[in-house]
Design a protein around this ligand. Sequence first.
Ligand code: FE2
Length: 591
Amino acid sequence: MNILGISAYYHDSAAAFVIDGVSVGAVQEERLLRHKNDATFPLGAIEWCLEHAGLELADLDAVVFYERSMRKFDRILTSALRTFPHSWRSFPEAIKNSLGEKVWARGIISSHLGGVPRSKILFTGHHHAHAAAAFLTAPTGRAAILTVDGVGEWSTLTVGHGERRPGGTAGLTLLREIRYPHSLGLLYSTFTAYLGFDVNEDEYKVMGLAAYGRPTLMDEVRKLIRRTTDGAFTLDMDYFEYQTTAARSYSRRFVELFGRPRNPYEPIDLESAEGRRFADCAASVQRVLEDTLVDIARALHQETGLSDLCLAGGVALNGVANARILAESGFERVFVPSAPGDAGCALGAALYADRVYLGNPDREVPDHPFWGPTVDAKELARAAREDDQTVEELDEAVLIERIADRLADGCIVGWMDGAAEFGPRALGHRSILAAPHAAEMRDRLNRDIKYREPFRPFAPVTPIETADRYFDLPPGGARLGRFMSGVFPVRPEWRSRLGAITHVDGSARLQTLERGMAPRLHALLEAYGRRSGMPVLLNTSFNVAGEPIVNRALEGYSTFRRCGMDVLVAGPTLVTKRARQQASPAKEAVA
Ligand SMILES: [Fe+2]
């Protein structure tokens, strides 16, 4: 049975493929179109899926869309009528979006896909797709499921549980929901907008900024979100405007409470009183988000008595909150998929349709994030030679030793290997790697490679076997680190020697690498460890600000040529920049 899952029209379009119960491929449209967060119908991703699976459109048994568009339309219409006349500004835009694309999704999908019969087009609930993406890909037979995002149709937070048996049946039940406009995701996004960042894109900047502030404004944030006796919450909508206009998410009352919003075009000066106020705002909303999630997760643990929790939805990208849920909710293991946001719903929708709707036997999904297009090393060699660069093609062992040498010499390495990651994190197949020891490396990467704000931290990767030595991991922490989903303290004795990846509060968003998941990167970490004494590398996504993560070798090469990267690797091919800037030795930092 050939099932195609689609996520589109809101944020991060994607397509995913499941054949005979086994996931075959998944890719975000942005990676192929080269337009960050592209939300259009993912024709490129679908075409790649079909080609990769060796199938034609006529071979599809089902096409599954990641939300029920009529319910979403119902939410938009009902909200607009409830808030009329305040909503008159947002209503035409919402109607245009809904009528233009979403409501008629079945017809649109059918016409985009060359007349796939309407009877083959299915829809899942948005939170069912999120929950399935987390639960049906996790190595667990029974788990509680907590999904938290901005909004789908009506749900903004759902709790439930799932049960599955390889070869047997899979069941997924959502027990309760919190409905729009009451939304933790939209609360956080409102602060994202207030702090001058891009909503649906820069939420992790708020989390990064939070570490520079103190949660002194929690009482104010709690005026916005009121806990209810049943463990849920409501938002005081007087502080918000997203329910009435698409132009602004916070109201005048919000500004009266928190002060002037940040001008996005002005840098944040953390030395100034205003800069510190913004950092305190970030710290306060972050803490309230964490406290609320921990309480809800703890209640879910008590209710279900289960030891495993699957987290889904865009809010599950908040690694600080995830780590607190693991430490404080009572769950022993917490699973977050590599793509917990809306892109991941493409895979979730396909798996949900296969396992639950169509009742096909459950299959184990390989526990890795590498579902995307494969890099072509020959394409890189060709392009670099034509450009008169130094190109070498090396045996595996020689290449690994050579790259470890370069990293120890302070070089910045573009690292492409095999199939691309599905989801927003680079987990070792489309990564920029560097020595993690000196804070200067962080500054150099922010300045010369990523072109981004200086307060943004970088993440480390280390073999799972050694993670405990450098990082203070709670039980279950290594699992959360598999897809870089948790933020944990760097052990104090190592912080001065891990200056490039230790955030201002002493934490790091760690990737714990198991050899089987990315063997080449694992070998590189070991080789680097033999040189530096520490098998730890800085691992950041292979892109520059404003661009999606590189996909093909040519995009990697283009990025390499445009920024201060020294070395580029794809498969056995090693390209060294001819006139590279002088690198500072990393060995001194660990001597
Ligand atoms: Fe969502």
